[in-house]
Design a protein around this ligand. Structure first.
Ligand SMILES: Nc1nc2c(ncn2[C@@H]2O[C@H](COP(=O)(O)OP(=O)(O)OP(=O)(O)O)[C@@H](O)[C@H]2O)c(=O)[nH]1
Length: 316
C-alpha cells in the first residue's frame, strides 16, 4: 500500500488503465431451469455445468443463495439457480404465497429455461407455465429428442408452443446425450447482461485446484455425515496460500441451520477433525506437496428458510 502511494506521488500524470481480468463483452447472468418433474432438468444442468458442480455462494437473501452450478466460458459465465417449491400439484392457502416466492425468483433471473418433454405438452407443463411471469425471458427446451421416433413432429410442436407463451426461443435438446446443449447456451448468452463474472472463474470451473479442493472437502463431509445433514452442505475456500514447497488452505463448510453445526463438528471436534484429515490426505496427493488444511464450520442463513417452512408443510 505504502509503495503504491509512493508511486502515485512520483508519477501523478500516468493514467493506469483499468485492468479487467475478463474480456470485453463478457456476459454474466442467472438462469433458472423449471418444468414439471421428470422432464430432465437435473440432467440438463449436470450436462451443462458438469456432474460434480454444485455450489452455494456466500451471499444471502437473494437468488444468489440458490446457486446450483456455475459454468464459466471464455466470454460468459452462466449461473444456474434453483427455484425451490416450484410445483403446481398442491392447492391450498399457502400456494399463493409459494407462487409469489417462485415468481420473485423468476423475476430476478435473466433467463428461464422451461423444459418439457419433446413428445408434447402435458397438463402439468401448462400448470407450471402459468406460474412464469409473462415478462420473463423464457427459452423453451424440448428435451429427450433422442426418444423421438419422428423428428418432424417437432415443427408443429414448436408452432403449438408459441401459441401458449411468447418464448424467446425454442431449442430441442437431448440432455442425456448432450445434443444441442451448446446451441441452448449460445441462445441463453444473448440474454445475459454484459457484466463481470459474479463468481471467481478460477474457482468455479471443473478443473481448478481450488474447486477440486472444495469438492474434496465436501465429499469427505458428505461421506462422514451422510443422512445426518438433511439439506447438504456447501464449501467455500477462504484462504489459499501456496508456495513451491507447501500450501496453506482454509475451507469453510457452510451449513443451513444452527442445529447442524454440532453435527458437523462432532463430539469434541472429532467429526470435523476427521473430515480435515481425510481431505488433507487427498489434497496433498493432488498438489504433490505438504498441505496445512483448516476446515471451519459456519451457519449460512438465507431466504431458503421460507422455502424450508413450506417444505415441512408438504409443499415439495
Ligand atoms: N432419453 C432421455 N432421457 C432423459 C433425458 N434427459 C433426462 N432424461 C431422463 O429422464 C429422467 C428424469 O430426469 P431428471 O433430470 O431427474 O428430471 P428432473 O426434471 O430433474 O426431475 P425432478 O427432479 O423430478 O424435477 C431420468 O431418468 C433421466 O435419465 C434425455 O435427453 N433423453
Amino acid at each position: 500500500m505504502a509503495n503504491e502511494e509512493k508511486q502515485e506521488d512520483a508519477a501523478p500524470s500516468v493514467v493506469i488503465p483499468e485492468e479487467r481480468p475478463y474480456p470485453k463483452g463478457f456476459r454474466c447472468g442467472y438462469i433458472a431451469v423449471v418444468g414439471r418433474p421428470n422432464v430432465g432438468k437435473s440432467t440438463l444442468i449436470n450436462y451443462l455445468v458438469g456432474e460434480k458442480v454444485s455450489i452455494t455462494s456466500h451471499k444471502p437473501q437473494t437468488t444468489r443463495d440458490r446457486v446450483l452450478g456455475v459454468l464459466t466460458r471464455d466470454n460468459a459465465q452462466f449461473v444456474f439457480v434453483d427455484t425451490p417449491g416450484f410445483q403446481s400439484k398442491y392447492k391450498g392457502g399457502l400456494i399463493h404465497h409459494m407462487n409469489n416466492v417462485v415468481r420473485g425468483v423468476l423475476s430476478e433471473v435473466d433467463v428461464v429455461f422451461f423444459v418439457i418433454d419433446a413428445i408434447g405438452w402435458k397438463k402439468a407443463d401448462e400448470e407450471v407455465l402459468r406460474l412464469i411471469p409473462r415478462e420473463s425471458t423464457v427459452i423453451l427446451v424440448l428435451n429427450k429428442t433422442d426418444e423421438l421416433k419422428n423428428r418432424e413432429a417437432l415443427l408443429p410442436l414448436m408452432a403449438e408452443s408459441m401459441q401458449k407463451f411468447p418464448f424467446a426461443a425454442i431449442i430441442p435438446t437431448s440432455a442425456k446425450k448432450g445434443k444441442q446443449c451448446e446451441e441452448l447456451l449460445e441462445e441463453a448468452k444473448k440474454y445475459l447482461p454484459e457484466d463481470a463474472p459474479y463468481y471467481d472463474p478460477d474457482l468455479y470451473t471443473d478443473k481448478s485446484p481450488r474447486f477440486l479442493v472444495a469438492e474434496t472437502v465436501r465429499e469427505k463431509a458428505f461421506r462422514l455425515l451422510g443422512d445426518e445433514l438433511p439439506y447438504g452442505i456447501a464449501v467455500t475456500i477462504d484462504k489459499w496460500d501456496e508456495t513451491d514447497k507447501s500450501a496453506e488452505i482454509i475451507a469453510t463448510l457452510l451449513v443451513d441451520n444452527e442445529r447442524h453445526r454440532p453435527i458437523v463438528i462432532g463430539e469434541k471436534g472429532a467429526k470435523l477433525r476427521e473430515i480435515s484429515r481425510l481431505a488433507r490426505a487427498d489434497v496433498e496427493k493432488m498438489l504433490g506437496k505438504p498441505v496445512h488444511l483448516e476446515v471451519w464450520v459456519r451457519v449460512r442463513r438465507g431466504w431458503s428458510d421460507d422455502i424450508r417452512a413450506l417444505k415441512t408443510l408438504g409443499y415439495e
